[in-house]
Design a protein around this ligand. Structure first.
Ligand code: ATR
Length: 293
């Protein structure tokens, strides 16, 4: 366990302890309190990070209540990331382009500053394991939901210039492609209908799953990936702290390089941590103690 790294602050708060947290519905599954409290404790920073079960109709009340209590900042997860946009006094460029807020910092004057650190988390985890440039790679992205917007922004900012966007509801892929093509006119983003049985994988260098498939304990991923070339990288933004994701099992069986969503989770948290505290999260410690599968 982690006892040797725990300072007294992890157990005791005092009159100067500052408040951080995460708002979600549901929230009980969240790993963010562990990630942040371990890091705060290790660096002996006098903050506590708590989970808050905030229902959608109470989001604005919760935000203003948190601010009234002198909270320093909070993360947001499903279903609050998009509704938070309209409650912010300022938005960073990533939150604007993604159209969602996952991190809020409350300034001393009460100003609510919205950030999105998901794209940073995605690309930082990718670069940890993949040293090649993204330019001239054929990248297939599955899904076109909220999480996909952060992934697209990250890929485009990193120089990707050929992305196929496959979604069951093809109109959503078309809307997303046209939205991002507008911001990144030199990139080819091709929307297609996701047909798991017919999709051509033979020329794909990087396959990214941003759908929620695998998030709810499914055993199988409905795609046959045998066609992928041996050099292909498979990146599933789904994660499980204890087991392999269904797509991970497939990638392993083919001997393909694989990244799951844990790195993205840790690095988006690390960026939020840095925004609130000005300090670097001890990422290696977090990986070792919370995610050693
Ligand atoms: P998130 O914020 O996690 O991205 P979301 O916005 O609800 O969640 O998006 C979920 C994504 O998973 C969508 O791309 C969805 O496809 P549709 O837009 O066609 O609904 C995709 N998805 C969910 N279940 C799926 C399934 N069984 N097969 C294929 N795609 C699925």
């Amino acid at each position: 366990m982690i006892h040797s790294n725990i300072s007294d602050r992890f157990i005791f708060s005092d009159g100067q302890t500052r408040l951080l947290g995460v708002f979600g519905d549901p929230i009980a599954h969240s790993l963010s309190p562990k990630i942040h409290n371990l890091s705060l404790s290790k660096l002996d920073l006098n903050y506590h990070y708590l989970p808050f079960h905030v229902r959608p109709h109470q989001l604005a009340t919760a935000v203003h209540g948190f601010k009234a209590l002198g909270g320093v900042g909070f993360n947001a997860t499903v279903p609050h990331k998009v509704p938070l946009l309209s409650l912010m006094d300022s938005l960073d460029p990533a939150a604007l382009k993604i159209g969602a807020v996952n991190t809020v910092a409350i300034a001393k004057n009460g100003q609510l500053n919205g950030y999105n650190t998901d794209a940073y988390g995605f690309i930082t985890a990718l670069k940890e394991k993949y040293s090649e440039t993204l330019s001239q790679k054929n990248i297939l992205v599955l899904g076109a939901g909220g999480a996909c917007r952060a992934v697209l922004l990250a890929l485009l900012d990193e120089g990707a210039d050929n992305i196929i966007l496959a979604n069951s509801t093809v109109t959503k892929a078309e809307e997303l492609a046209s939205d991002f093509n507008h911001h990144y006119p030199q990139t080819k983003i091709t929307p297609i209908a996701l047909d798991f049985l017919a999709i051509d994988l033979t020329h794909i260098d990087i396959l990214v799953n941003t759908t929620s498939l695998g998030l709810h304990g499914e055993d199988n991923f409905p795609l046959s990936i045998e066609q992928l070339p041996p050099h292909a990288l498979v990146y599933d933004i789904v994660y499980s702290a204890n087991t392999q994701t269904p797509l991970q099992k497939l990638a392993n069986s083919q001997g393909l390089a694989f990244i799951d969503g844990l790195g993205m989770l840790i690095h988006q948290a690390a960026r939020a941590f840095q925004i609130w505290t000005g300090e670097e999260m001890p990422v290696a410690l977090v990986k070792k103690h919370i995610f050693s599968k």
